[in-house]
Design a protein around this ligand. Structure first.
Ligand SMILES: NC(=O)C1=CN([C@@H]2O[C@H](COP(=O)(O)OP(=O)(O)OC[C@H]3O[C@@H](n4cnc5c(N)ncnc54)[C@H](OP(=O)(O)O)[C@@H]3O)[C@@H](O)[C@H]2O)C=CC1
Ligand SMILES: CC(=O)C(=O)O
Ligand SMILES: [Mg+2]
Length: 415
């Protein structure tokens, strides 16, 4: 048993099992308190909400809550291990929502037979919450699930593995390519994986300026190409009219490798074939497509990122989801649209160029300097400025694009 394995199990088991609990925001000590909190007093907000549903934001915790919902079909890069096994990850997301953005998140693991049953289950409970963060639901079902739920729910529904990952990847990619002296619109991309995260990341990169014809994607069968007849409609959008079939065929001369697939799928020989000054984001969790030690030992001119906390350049949706929901909840956005996502990309990318506060350095043992460059293309999750920068940009974008129920930012918001 490795040290980290035992430490992780102990962390989850002691002093109480799990990572989250409920806390009270109102007194419940006296009979008067109970008469207000429960019967008879609770009847008053019930009547108010029955006659005006938006009063749920006024008298209940709805406006500061997010449901983190999974079916466990794509738990990190561990695969389809079922809803119950996904609970530690969902509790982990709830911990991050609370710690970084003071949002009260509840994890919900759904057992279901059909995609429709999952959608109906989530729709049925949606009004309880201010937002829904879908997590670790595999492609292609995730696309239909999210689309349907956005249609059916009056609150933001956001598949984190798609859009949280895409926002952070785009921010990191813009910065990494700038440092390498390359342009997004000219860069050649190889994306290993063609699932939830990969399709969303490449879609977002195209929105940010990457050229569709410069993108090669691969799944377990190899390169997505137009002569294949085994691809779903989402993969078809990224199929190229090409004779290239393997990773080795497409990685030769590529500027970027983006891994959203599984562990150890990229070799030293592969990265030797890439163009000068490549960018490698090997984002599979917990084990990346190539270990940073191996990549750095192979080439000196690359920028390397992973999804993990224990290497430089953590390309992980934790940099986005707590903060984008903070902004969306605070203006009661009914959805999280492209304008809000692009605002988040820009806020994250820009923050990486600013001097890093000492409090961030203190959270990273042994690190004495962090400065925009090859080992610092993205802000750190511990950076307290992420909250104000992303939430404010997102909330403003929600107002400007007409999906906020508030017409202006609250006075002094995030100042
Ligand atoms: N760093 C971050 O913030 C994030 C990282 N991720 C990581 O991305 C990975 C994928 O997650 P997600 O998109 O949600 O899962 P999905 O199940 O939706 O997609 C997985 C994709 O990876 C492909 N794949 C798996 N194994 C291989 C292989 N051996 N060779 C080629 N392709 C392979 C699958 O191919 P096929 O279609 O043929 O089955 C599929 O296209 C996970 O490792 C996850 O940890 C995800 C979200 C955020
Ligand atoms: C980070 C994350 O959401 C994942 O790996 O699935
Ligand atoms: Mg995930």
């Amino acid at each position: 048993m490795t040290d980290l394995r035992q430490q992780a199990l102990d962390y989850h088991e002691f002093p109480v099992p799990g990572k989250t609990a409920v806390c009270l925001t109102k007194p419940a000590r006296t009979s008067k308190d109970l008469a207000l909190a429960y019967s008879p007093g609770v009847a008053e907000p019930v009547r108010e909400i029955a006659s005006n549903p938006s009063d749920a934001y006024r008298y209940t915790n709805k406006g500061n809550t997010v449901a983190v919902i999974s079916n466990g079909t794509a738990i990190l890069g561990l695969g389809n291990l079922g809803p119950l096994a996904s609970k530690p990850v969902m509790e982990g997301k709830a911990l991050l929502f609370k710690h970084f953005a003071n949002i009260d998140a509840t994890d919900i693991e759904v057992k279901h037979r059909t995609t429709e049953e999952f959608i109906n289950t989530v729709e049925a409970i949606a009004d309880t919450f201010g937002g829904i963060n879908l997590e670790d639901i595999k492609a292609p079902e995730c696309f239909e699930i999210e689309r349907e739920l956005i249609e059916r729910c009056a609150i933001p529904v956001f598949h984190d593995d798609q859009h949280g990952t895409a926002i952070v990847t785009a921010a990191g990619m813009i910065n990494a390519l700038e440092i390498q002296g390359k342009e997004l619109c000219k860069a050649v991309f190889v994306c290993m994986g063609a699932g939830a995260a990969a399709i969303a990341c490449m879609t977002m990169l195209v929105k940010c300026g990457a050229q569709r014809e410069n993108i090669y994607m691969l799944d377990r069968q190899g390169v997505l190409h137009t002569r294949r007849d085994d691809m779903n409609e989402y993969k078809q959008l990224f199929a190229n009219n090409t004779d290239k079939r393997t990773l080795q065929d497409v990685i030769a001369g590529a500027d970027v490798f983006l891994g959203l697939s599984g562990p150890d799928l990229l070799t030293e020989e592969d990265i030797k074939l890439m163009a000068d000054k490549p960018v490698i984001f090997a984002c599979s969790n917990p084990d990346p497509e190539i270990k940073p030690e191996l990549a750095h030992a192979t080439r000196q001119d690359l920028i390397m990122g992973t999804g993990r906390s224990d290497y430089p350049n953590q390309v992980n949706n934790v940099l986005c989801f707590p903060f984008i929901f903070r902004g969306a909840l605070d203006v009661r956005a009914t959805r999280i649209n492209d304008e809000m996502k692009i605002a988040a990309v820009k806020a994250i990318a820009d923050l990486a160029k600013e001097p890093v506060p000492d409090s961030v350095l203190a959270a990273y043992e042994g690190v004495t300097e962090m400065k925009f460059g090859a080992d610092y293309v993205l802000p750190k999750p511990m950076d307290p400025r992420l909250l104000s920068r992303i939430a404010k940009a997102v909330a403003q974008a929600a107002i400007d694009s007409g999906v906020a129920q508030l017409t202006e930012l609250p006075d002094g918001y995030m100042d």
